[in-house]
Design a protein around this ligand. Structure first.
Ligand code: NI
Ligand code: MN
Length: 238
């Protein structure tokens, strides 16, 4: 595939990524925008949102879901059965529930929900509601080019299966530590996934997230993993 045919990825900070397809349609992964302290002010008003993928229920991933879904009414909102149920009860009509291992068509792309080693609950008026299992997504373009958004996860060795099954070229991997992988685990994840490029996410938003992209570069080099770190500051596109 010609590189220019890939989606344009705009990093909105933390784990939120806006994918703009060739025809201008967009997929928003993890709708935490207006209340995301990392998101640049001029990007908080989204032009269009045609589909949304939600990795898990935590507020730093879907805290602005209801507002964004109400404003943009995307064609398809992909999340676990449980999160979709919660959204549906709040008036969201276009949910496309799924569960890990499954694949569905979203805007002409193949979206596969995969496991994550984390937790998932939805904050609802001070209570924590079960959000199903935490997930990540493999998104495969019609010509087979694929990328992986890991959501929040620790390292798990079955990432090797994701390499066998989907051959992702690019991965968005959390590196901040404390709630997710640290840079050393993320370097091993790059090895397991056999990805050529990695975009660090879930870092720098809060002081407790201590892992940095330069740590990841060092760990990749120490592990002898040939993978390019594509560091995006919030607001930057790739
Ligand atoms: Ni989380
Ligand atoms: Mn998180």
């Amino acid at each position: 595939m010609h590189p220019s045919d890939r989606p344009k990825f705009t990093y909105l900070g933390h784990s939120t990524v806006l994918c703009t397809l060739h025809d201008g349609r967009t997929i928003l992964i993890d709708p935490w925008v207006q209340n995301n302290p990392s998101c640049p002010e001029d990007l908080k008003a989204l032009d269009r949102v045609d589909a949304v993928l939600i990795t898990h229920g935590h507020a730093d991933h879907m805290g602005d879901a209801l507002a964004i879904l109400e404003e943009h009414e995307p064609e398809c909102v992909v999340a676990t059965y449980e999160i979709c149920g919660w959204l549906g009860n709040r008036g969201v009509e276009n949910c496309c529930p799924m569960n890990i291992g499954g694949t569905q068509d979203v805007l002409g792309l193949r979206v596969t929900q995969v496991q994550a080693l984390h937790t998932s609950s939805i904050e609802d008026e001070g209570r924590l509601i079960y959000g199903g299992v935490p997930t990540g997504y493999i998104v495969t373009l019609p010509d087979g080019w694929a990328f992986y958004h890991a959501g929040d996860t620790a390292l798990f060795s079955d990432m090797q299966l994701l390499a066998d099954l989907y051959r992702p070229h690019l991965a968005f991997l959390p590196i901040g530590d404390l709630f997710t992988m640290d840079p050393h685990q993320a370097a091993l994840a790059c090895k397991f996934l056999e990805v050529r490029e990695v975009v660090p996410i879930h870092w720098g938003t809060f002081p407790v997230l201590t892992g940095t992209p330069s740590d990841l570069e060092r760990e990749l080099s120490d592990e002898g993993v040939n993978c390019k770190v594509v560091t995006l500051q919030p607001g930057q596109s790739y």
